[in-house]
Design a protein around this ligand. Structure first.
Ligand SMILES: [Cu+2]
Length: 125
């Protein structure tokens, strides 16, 4: 009798452990999926459609970028990327390296000086 009760308790404990394990597994895989897919948006200085091409090209040249869209009116760059491959600051660096500064990374002055006049700071929108 005692043995049977012990067995029942043992089986129940085992089942509980199994359920906890499964829950943790599902939770973790959901976490890692969420972590891998990141979306950010921030301002990138620019003026025209040439700027748009340059900014989006610079962003797309980074490994792990899924989508990059820069809006000429708002100057907002929207990016979705695999956070296991790259990070937001890498995107800031990539566009700044092409002469388009952000609030986190200052533009490369040499590249900026080589841009067409309309793409420079204060150029025509
Ligand atoms: Cu431009």
């Amino acid at each position: 009798m005692d043995i049977n009760i012990n067995r029942a308790i043992f089986t129940k404990t085992k089942m509980m452990r199994f359920l906890v394990f499964i829950s943790i597994f599902i939770f973790c895989s959901a976490c890692s999926e969420k972590k891998a897919n990141k979306e950010v948006e921030f301002k990138v200085r620019g003026n025209c459609s040439m700027c748009q091409n340059r900014i989006e090209e610079a962003t797309n040249s980074i490994k792990g970028i899924k989508k990059a869209e820069w809006n000429v009116d708002t100057e907002i760059l929207k990016v979705s990327f695999d956070s296991n491959s790259t990070s937001e600051i890498e995107i800031h660096r990539a566009v700044a390296a092409k002469g388009h500064g952000t609030d986190k990374v200052e533009m490369n002055q040499t590249e900026h000086a080589n841009l067409p006049d309309c793409c420079k700071v204060g150029g025509d929108h």
